[in-house]
Write a protein that binds this ligand. Structure first.
Ligand SMILES: *Cc1c(COP(=O)(O)O)cnc(C)c1O
Length: 463
C-alpha cells in the first residue's frame, strides 16, 4: 500500500477556521503587488522534496489573502463577481469529496438527477417549456453562449454536422449589440464562422439594442445573399447593466425565422423577483438562454447554465459514439452526449443546496436588496453633483463628474488613487466615446455604509 503522510485533522481544522474568518473578515480589496514579487516568493517551491503540509497551507493562505483583488469584499463594486454564500463553499467541498463523474449518467445517477431537478426549476422560472427542454451546467457564461451558437447552427443548418461550413452556399450571420459580451467574438472564431459573421447592432439612447437598426441589418444581409440565423439579446449588459428589448427582438426573430438567444449571464437571477421579472419580458420566448449561477446567485466559480427549448437540435449538436463509455439509457440525459464537456465536476450541487437552504423567496430578497443599494448610490451621486449616464433597474451605475467633463480631472487618475488606497474597487468603461466609471453592487453583504464610504472617497479623490 502507498501511504501519504499528512496531518489531515489539523489541516481540516485550519481550513474551517480560514473559511469562517475570511468570510467574516476579508482583507483589503485591492492588492499592491507585482508579478516579480510573487515569482520570487514562488521560487521556494521547487517541488524537489516534500514540504510540511501546514507550511504549504500557510504560504497559500498568505498569497491568496494579500495578493488578489478580494472580490468577496463588500466594497468590491466590480464585475459580476459576487461573494459566495457559505453554502456554496460547503457544496464545493462535498462535490470534491464524492468527486462524481458527471459525463455518464450511469456513473453518477444521484448527481445527474440533482442537476436536472435544479435546472428544470430554473427553466420553469424563466418560462421555458419543460417538455422539449435540454439544459446543462457549464463552466460559465462563455461556454453556455458557445453551446447556444453550436445548437443554433445544428438547428438551422443540419447539413454542417457532416460537411462543416462547406455545406453552406450562404454565409451565416449572427447579430448582437455593440455592448454584448465579447465571448461572442471568440465563439465566432472557434466555430469557424469568423469575426465578419458577427454583425454589431448599435444601441439607442438608452444603451439598449436598437431593434430598427437590427431589422435594417438583417434585410441588408438577406439582400446581399447572406443567411441571418441568430440574434443575441443581452439581459444585463456587462458594461451598463441594461437589458435589451427582449420581447421586440423575439418578435423580429419570429418574423425573420431567426434563432433567439438571450445572454442573461448576470441578470438571469432576476427572474426570481416579481418586481424585476417584467424587465426581462420576452426571455420566455427565447430558443436558448445563458444564465450564470456564479454571478447573481452568489455561488463560487465556475457555474454557468445553458437552456434550449430544442432538445433534439441540442442532441444533434453534441451526440457522438464512444465504445469505451458505459451504454446510455434511453430515458435519461447523458451529459457527454448532450453538452460541450466530457469529464466534469459536480457543478450544480451548490445551486441545489443554496436553493434548498434559502428558498426562492430569500433569493428574490437578496437580489432586490442589492437593487435598492444601487438606487441609494444613484441618489447619493446626484446629491453630490455627479452625473449618471445609464438607466437600468439593476445595480450597475455608469457615472462621471463635471470636473472630468471639463478636463480638470480624469477617470484614470481617480481610479489609480482609489486602487492605491485599496479600500474599494470600481472600474471604468467607454460609452459613446466617453470614459466613465462603472460601479456595480453584486454582493449581498454590502451595506449602505459601504456605499457612503465609497461616496466619501470619490468626493475626496475628485477634488
Ligand atoms: C460574465 C458574462 C459572460 C461570460 O460568462 P463567464 O461566466 O465569465 O464565462 C457572458 N455574457 C455576459 C452578459 C456576462 O455578464
Amino acid at each position: 500500500m502507498f501511504t501519504l503522510s499528512s496531518s489531515s485533522t489539523t489541516l481540516l481544522d485550519r481550513l474551517t477556521d480560514e473559511i469562517l474568518s475570511f468570510y467574516e473578515n476579508p482583507p483589503a480589496v485591492v492588492p499592491q503587488v507585482t508579478a516579480e514579487q510573487i515569482r520570487t516568493h514562488l521560487k521556494a517551491f521547487d517541488f524537489g522534496r516534500p514540504m510540511d503540509a501546514e507550511q504549504v497551507f500557510e504560504k497559500v493562505q498568505y498569497m491568496m489573502r494579500n495578493w488578489n483583488v478580494q472580490i468577496t469584499h463588500p466594497r468590491y463594486f466590480g464585475l459580476y463577481n459576487p461573494a459566495p454564500l457559505l453554502t456554496a463553499v460547503i457544496a464545493e467541498s462535498l462535490a470534491a469529496v464524492y468527486n462524481p463523474q458527471m459525463a455518464a449518467w450511469s456513473h453518477a445517477p444521484a448527481a445527474n438527477e440533482i442537476e436536472r431537478h435544479t435546472l428544470r426549476f430554473i427553466a420553469g422560472k424563466i418560462g421555458l417549456p419543460l417538455d422539449t427542454l435540454a439544459c446543462n451546467f457549464t463552466s460559465g457564461g462563455s461556454e453556455a453562449n458557445h453551446s447556444a451558437v453550436l445548437v443554433a447552427l445544428a438547428h438551422c443548418f443540419p447539413a454542417i454536422l457532416e460537411d462543416g461550413l462547406w455545406a453552406l452556399t450562404q454565409r451565416p450571420i449572427i447579430y448582437a449589440s455593440e455592448l454584448a459580451h465579447n465571448s461572442f467574438d471568440k465563439i465566432v472564431k472557434h466555430t469557424g464562422l469568423g469575426l465578419d459573421a458577427l454583425r454589431i447592432v448599435p444601441v439607442d439612447d438608452s444603451l439598449q439594442m436598437d431593434v430598427n437598426a437590427l431589422r435594417i441589418l438583417v434585410k441588408q444581409d438577406q439582400n446581399a445573399g447572406r443567411k441571418p440565423f441568430m440574434v443575441v439579446g443581452t439581459a444585463g449588459i456587462t458594461a451598463t447593466g441594461t437589458i435589451d428589448p427582449l420581447a421586440a427582438i423575439a418578435d423580429l426573430c419570429r418574423q425573420f425565422d431567426l434563432w433567439f438567444h438571450v445572454d442573461a449571464a448576470w441578470a438571469g437571477a432576476a427572474v426570481f423577483s416579481d418586481t424585476l421579472l417584467p424587465t426581462l419580458a420576452g426571455i420566455e420566448q427565447a430558443d436558448s438562454v445563458t444564465v450564470d449561477a456564479h454571478k447573481w446567485f452568489n455561488l463560487t466559480m465556475g457555474a454557468g447554465m445553458f437552456f434550449t427549448r430544442y432538445a433534439i437540435s441540442n442532441a444533434r449538436a453534441f451526440n457522438v459514439r464512444a465504445d469505451y463509455m458505459p451504454p446510455s439509457e434511453e430515458e435519461v440525459t447523458v451529459p457527454y452526449l448532450s453538452t460541450m464537456q466530457w469529464s466534469r465536476r459536480f457543478i450544480g450541487l451548490k445551486l441545489f443546496m443554496a436553493l434548498a437552504e434559502l428558498g426562492e423567496e430569500q433569493i428574490a430578497r437578496m437580489i432586490e436588496y442589492q437593487c435598492r443599494l444601487g438606487d441609494y448610490f444613484r441618489e447619493r451621486l446626484e446629491q453630490e453633483g455627479w452625473i449618471i449616464v445609464n438607466t437600468t433597474p439593476l445595480p450597475v451605475i455608469n457615472f462621471t463628474h463635471p470636473r472630468i467633463r471639463s478636463g480638470t480631472a480624469s477617470v484614470d487618475e481617480v481610479l489609480s488613487k482609489l486602487y492605491a488606497e485599496g479600500d474599494a474597487w470600481i472600474s471604468s468603461v467607454t460609452l459613446r466615446s466617453e470614459k466613465v466609471f462603472r460601479m456595480c453592487v453584486t454582493n449581498f453583504k454590502t451595506t449602505h455604509s459601504d456605499i457612503d464610504s465609497l461616496m466619501h472617497q470619490l468626493n475626496r479623490l475628485i477634488e
